[in-house]
Design a protein. Structure first.
Length: 456
């Protein structure tokens, strides 16, 4: 096969979708017997909504969740204050999505899995990778049941405790974001309205929060315990926490569907590529859940890597193109780790800083800006939405192709529009398959030469 993807989380599933639509032979393997059952990463940022639009799942994702409610603070059984969770970000023609969506992670993965299956892709459950061996031609993956599989490339999307990363001997440097133990759970609760994200803080810094999970009948329960406390993950333990921190009784917790404990940590893998093996998602970077950056940064990894693997495997691009995955994504992930940590510690507000619309690759070796004084959108920037000759640009960008704005072209695999939206400023723009400006010039001269780097 072309690509073996280890891990059926949002990263692996999104990558599987992108490769499937490019005609790349890929298999997703997952050591568990089913998809992840919890709500853990529930925030879908605006930039990820744009990615999901391109991958053909945004409508289903929106139907599976809903908007975030305001936060309601409680003290001694009384409501003491309502707070918006996010600073508002104004929508415009270039950014149609500006508010995060709340979608339980298990719902997101169901939608992605359904789309992957629709495109002819597959997830093989109960397949645990225990080791790897690679040579100049490909990678051999060894499974716990004694079988093996051979692929041209392997992508490790198997989470923060990645077995593939450990097998490669790649280190992961980081820091503890918060010394207190945390737990997160999906519960059913009586006696609490679903209009707010309810928070019940104590003076010692510990707290319980109950957030109504959009699109479900459950609440996500988040708990920051006092330092030195041992989390009790049983139903009885969850009920005791609710009774101790809120005005509800223990009996009001009627069901515990999923629970996990953790200590917030920020960590970054030393490398994102070792030969024919690439790291993506939590296998490459671990975030505090504050600010909703982890899942979203992971999906961006998949989106960046998918078109590059497709170019190498199907269009004759040199293998060295895959080096730009680490070049672009590692520095981006490092910035998002700093952001997540800042949100967790109350140093950064959720809003413009966290929607991921301003991320780009201006410093990348793939970004070719040939104009002397570019006035607005530059090579490496996210390509904003807009209207061109009655066509919505995001509609034109949707799909695995390149897009040329401002000139005609006969280049294969490139869709051309006669102009760029006014917000771009003057110039001709070649948009990468992942929605970033790869090349920009005063005329189309040079576009063909630039695109030649991505085909044989």
């Amino acid at each position: 096969m072309d690509v073996l993807i280890v891990g059926a989380g949002p990263t692996g599933l999104a990558l599987g979708i992108d490769l499937a639509r490019r005609g790349v032979d890929a298999l997703v393997v997952e050591r568990a017997e089913r998809l992840f059952p919890g709500s853990r990463g529930k925030g879908i940022q605006p930039r990820t909504q744009e990615v999901f639009d391109d991958l053909g799942v945004l409508q289903a994702i929106r139907a599976a969740g809903g908007p975030y409610p305001h936060r309601m603070i409680w003290k001694d059984g009384e409501r003491v204050g309502e707070q918006p969770l996010f600073e508002p970000v104004e929508a415009d023609e270039g950014a149609p999505y500006t508010e995060p969506l709340m979608v339980a992670q298990w719902r997101t993965q169901e939608v992605l899995h359904a789309r992957l299956t629709e495109l002819g892709g597959e997830v093989a459950f109960g397949r645990e990778v225990t080791g790897l061996g690679q040579d100049a031609e490909g990678v051999t993956a060894h499974f716990a049941d004694g079988t093996t599989a051979r692929a041209a490339y392997v992508v490790a999307a198997d989470g923060g405790r990645s077995a593939v990363r450990r097998a490669l001997g790649v280190g992961m440097a980081g820091e503890t974001v918060d010394p207190a133990p945390f737990l997160v759970a999906d519960v059913r609760v009586n006696g609490l309205d679903r209009d707010y994200w309810h928070e019940f803080p104590k003076d010692d810094g510990s707290a319980v929060a109950l957030c109504p999970l959009a699109g479900t009948d459950a609440f996500q329960m988040q708990v920051r315990l006092a330092e030195g406390t041992e989390p009790d993950l049983s139903l009885d333990g969850i009920r005791k926490l609710v009774a101790a921190y809120t005005h509800l009784g223990a009996e009001d917790v009627t069901e515990l569907r999923w629970v996990s404990d953790f200590r917030p940590r920020a960590a970054l893998a030393d490398r994102f590529r070792v030969g024919r093996v690439l790291l993506a998602g939590d296998a490459a970077h671990i975030h505090s859940p504050a600010g909703g950056q982890g899942l979203n940064t992971s999906v961006q990894d998949a989106y960046n890597l998918g078109w590059k693997l497709g170019a190498v495997l199907r269009a004759g691009a040199p293998d060295s193109l895959l080096d730009t995955y680490e070049e672009e994504r590692r520095v981006n992930a490092a910035a998002m780790l700093d952001l997540s940590t800042g949100v967790h510690r109350g140093e950064v507000r959720r809003g413009k800083a966290t929607v991921q619309l301003g991320l780009g690759y201006r410093e990348s070796s793939l970004s070719a800006e040939t104009r002397k004084n570019p006035p607005a959108v530059q090579a490496g920037d996210r390509a904003p939405d807009g209207m061109v000759s009655g066509i919505r640009l995001f509609d034109a960008l949707r799909g695995p192709h390149w897009t040329l704005l401002g000139a005609e072209t006969s280049l294969p695999g490139v869709r051309a529009l006669p102009a760029a939206p006014e917000s771009y400023g003057p110039g001709v723009f070649l948009i990468r398959p992942d929605g970033y400006v790869g090349w920009a010039g005063d005329s189309s001269d040079g576009a063909r030469e630039y695109l030649g780097h991505f085909s044989g």
